[in-house]
Design a protein around this ligand. Sequence first.
Ligand SMILES: [Cu+2]
Length: 152
Amino acid sequence: MTLMHTTLAAVALTGLALPLTAYADPCKVEISGNDLLQYDKQELAVPATCKEITVTLHHAGKQPREAMGHDWVLVKTPDLTAVDQAGLGAGLANNYLPSGDKRVLAHTKVIGGGETTSVTFSAAILRKGGDYSYLCTFPGHSALMHGKFKFG
Ligand SMILES: [Cu+2]
């Protein structure tokens, strides 16, 4: 009888957990930046089965975007430094990104403390297992603010 009860309880708990995991869409990922030039994640990963990918960037700090702005920019890893350099002269009004630069695969705008933004892009631009990275193009940030983006 006791065993029976335990089994039923386990089934009930499992049943409860399933809908919760079902809601977590693996094609939607989140990352935060703070006032110490840090992202909270060194790596983001989405499965290659995703058709569309959404990245939500949250700025957990308090500094305004003019002083400690952050964005999230997706590039092929070999393009990281060049895109960062090209963005320097573009200015905050252009989110520190050169306009029409094909090396920029996806990007958010630059946000300040307490703000949240997101970008949704087609996964068709990515190759499964390709070498991708993300960075913050605010001047001086990318040395610390970058990470690997894994697709598939
Ligand atoms: Cu930044």
